[in-house]
Every structure is written in structure tokens, then in C-alpha cells.
Design a protein around this ligand. Structure first.
Ligand code: NI
Length: 177
């Protein structure tokens, strides 16, 4: 199960909506296994398939940060069905190395998905889990956390990334670990 490179903003894979998964085969299971390994190597708590430049609509979560194998969740073709309330908190993203910003998210959500065998599931989430699910579903819709910043913060972040890119200090992809 190899670790895959994580693409960094503004890689085109991060800026386009992903495609609904219709084939539940070994290749899909291999992708998910690689994503789990990649996420753990990078100490992330969530990873969307397009962050490893794959166009399939799925993401994984592990709120235990790799401590508990039972905590790994796989959500294929997720949709947020309902949002309630709001919360603000700091977010980072593996595709924006070194960036942490305060982002507003719903406090509670209800969402649907299917599992790796294509069986439907519906769940609710709140607080940190709701924040993580919203961040990952945004990825799958081609929306990055930069798009969720206040206009001022977004301008500053864009300018900083532009500067880093010009000086060659902004990677096109990162290898976890
Ligand atoms: Ni992210």
C-alpha cells in the first residue's frame, strides 16, 4: 500500500468537482488503502481523493489521528443533506502546507454516502466531526478552505502563496512522512 503524493493548491485536481463513484472494485479499495496510509503518514484527520489527484468522489476520516484502526471511516459519494448552527475554529489542509486559518462551519450536519461496497449510509455529525466532513465534501466539490476564508484573509493568503511560488518555496505536491 504505497503512500501517494498529496497535490498542493492550486493544482487543477483541487479546483474541479469530482466524479460520482459507480464502480466498487479492487481499484477503489486500493485507492482507499493508499489514502489511509498517506493520511496517517502526514498526521492528517481527513483526506479527499482529489488531494491525491484521483477524480473519484470519496473521502476518508480518522479523528483518532492513526491511534485507533477502528476510527477509520470511508465515505463514498457523500452529500450534506442538512446544516444547523455555526461554529468557528482553526483549520489546516494538507494541500496548503503551513496554513492555518479560522473558518466558519455549521455546528451540526446530516449527510449521506455509501460505503466501499456501495451500501447506503446516513449519519449526523457535530463540532469537530461536522467541521471535518464539511472540509472534505468541499474538496470533492472543488472548493478549498481558502474559498471559505473572509475576503481579507483570502487576499492575504493568496498573496503569501504567490510570493512563495515566485521564490520557489511553494511545492507542487508533498510527499507525506
Ligand atoms: Ni483539506
Amino acid at each position: 500500500m504505497p503512500i501517494r503524493p498529496i497535490v498542493v493548491y492550486p493544482h487543477p485536481a483541487l479546483l474541479a468537482p469530482t466524479d460520482e463513484v459507480t464502480v466498487f472494485d479492487d481499484d477503489l479499495r486500493r485507492l482507499v488503502a493508499d489514502m489511509v496510509e498517506t493520511m496517517h503518514a502526514d498526521h492528517g484527520i481527513g483526506l479527499a481523493a482529489n488531494q491525491v489527484a484521483d477524480r473519484r468522489r470519496l473521502f476518508i476520516l480518522d479523528l483518532s489521528g492513526g491511534e485507533d484502526p477502528e476510527a477509520i471511516r470511508v465515505y463514498v459519494n457523500p452529500r450534506i443533506l442538512e446544516r444547523r448552527g455555526s461554529q468557528t475554529g482553526e483549520e489546516g489542509c494538507l494541500s496548503f502546507p503551513g496554513f492555518f486559518e479560522v473558518i466558519e462551519r455549521p455546528r451540526w450536519i446530516r449527510f449521506s454516502a455509501v460505503d466501499l461496497e456501495g451500501r447506503p449510509l446516513e449519519e449526523t455529525a457535530e463540532d469537530l466531526v461536522a467541521r471535518a466532513v464539511c472540509h472534505e465534501v468541499d474538496h470533492l466539490d472543488g472548493i478549498v478552505f481558502l474559498d471559505r476564508m473572509s475576503p481579507l484573509k483570502r487576499r492575504l493568503a493568496r498573496r503569501k502563496i504567490e510570493k512563495l511560488r515566485r521564490s520557489g518555496e511553494w511545492p507542487e505536491q508533498v510527499l507525506a512522512g
